[in-house]
Design a protein around this ligand. Structure first.
Ligand SMILES: C[S@@+](CC[C@H](N)C(=O)[O-])C[C@H]1O[C@@H](n2cnc3c(N)ncnc32)[C@H](O)[C@@H]1O
Length: 291
């Protein structure tokens, strides 16, 4: 039997002192928070993890309406979380929103054996039967028989480097309804910008934007997300880009939320192609100009 924080209506006399009350939600599994080291074994708040939990909650605020949207249309929901790590996000989503939804299933995709094993053990211990963990790369997961043919929601939270791009490919292949990305550092575009710096110099004064090495890295990173957004729009997704406020522990706090509308933005593909050409990035067409 899982121990849970009682809802306000049935709350025992115990009054939690701040900052514990600030982070605990009604109905939340205390065992889960201990297992994720957000609470210590004796139920005290672990200050380092508190920040992590608040950040995950913040992201959950964006994801909850997407869960509601899918479950408002159908009884089932599949969510794949790429580069899941310790699966903080998946566990919190399951615990807070999906435990009572018998048709909901969360899949965590992660390459580190020990993290996958730990997540499996934790899901079994907490009796979260509709959580599965796959020890495969994001790219491999696209063809995995352990996953259903379609997935409703795809998340990738700081999935390293091009794993975010693989998550986009996964989402397109699975015809995901919603995609939630918080991209990590991405070095691929910067490397190609660097490689063709001299050529770009002679071609366009815009090359000043990435002339200095730090600018190459930063512009490469920003451009990557711009290309990703255009790619999603070209595939019929409506895209919102916002800042994940409160994400203080990381400079990578751009949140991209995409929802399939099946009405591709008319010039997105054309723009994408033009940008790749203008900036001497044609070799990345296979990455972003996917059919
Ligand atoms: C920075 S951590 C983020 C973990 C988690 N999403 C979070 O925000 O707490 C990135 C995780 O992605 C995993 N990863 C990196 N590349 C991957 C790939 N190609 N396929 C699957 N997992 C990957 C790493 O092992 C690592 O656990």
């Amino acid at each position: 039997m899982k121990r849970r924080l009682s809802s306000a209506a049935t709350a025992p006399k115990t009054v939690f002192t701040d900052p514990l009350t600030e982070v605990l939600r009604p109905g939340q599994s205390i065992e889960l928070l201990k297992e994720l080291h957000i609470l210590t074994r004796d139920g005290k708040l672990n200050q380092d993890s508190r920040r992590k939990l608040k950040q995950v909650y913040h992201l959950c605020q964006f994801i909850e309406p997407l869960l509601d949207e899918v479950l408002g249309r159908q009884d089932t929901l599949t969510l794949a979380d790429h580069g899941a790590g310790k699966s903080y996000l998946g566990f919190i989503l399951y615990d807070l929103y999906l435990e009572e939804r018998a048709g909901a299933h969360i899949y965590g995709i992660e390459t580190r054996d020990e993290l996958v094993e730990k997540s499996r053990e934790l899901a079994a211990r907490l009796d979260f039967p509709r959580m599965s963990f796959l020890n495969v790369t994001v790219a491999e997961s696209i063809g995995s028989e352990q996953l259903p043919a379609s997935i409703d929601i795809v998340t990738a939270l700081h999935a390293c480097n091009t794993a975010t791009d693989d998550a986009i490919q996964f989402a397109l292949a699975k015809q995901a309804r919603h995609i939630v990305l918080v991209p990590c550092c991405q070095a691929e575009v910067a490397a190609v910008l660097r490689k063709h710096k001299n050529e770009s110099f002679g071609k366009t004064p815009l090359s000043e934007i990435w002339r200095h090495p730090i600018h190459t890295r930063e512009f490469g990173s920003q451009l990557t997300n711009v290309l990703r957004c255009l790619q999603l729009e070209a595939h019929g997704y409506q895209v919102t880009v916002t800042e994940l406020v409160g994400w203080e522990h990381s400079l990578k706090n751009e949140l991209i939320v995409a929802t399939r509308t099946d009405a591709p933005r008319r010039n997105a593909r054309e723009r994408l192609q033009q940008i790749l050409q203008e900036l001497n990035l044609q070799e990345l067409e296979g990455r972003f100009l996917t059919p």
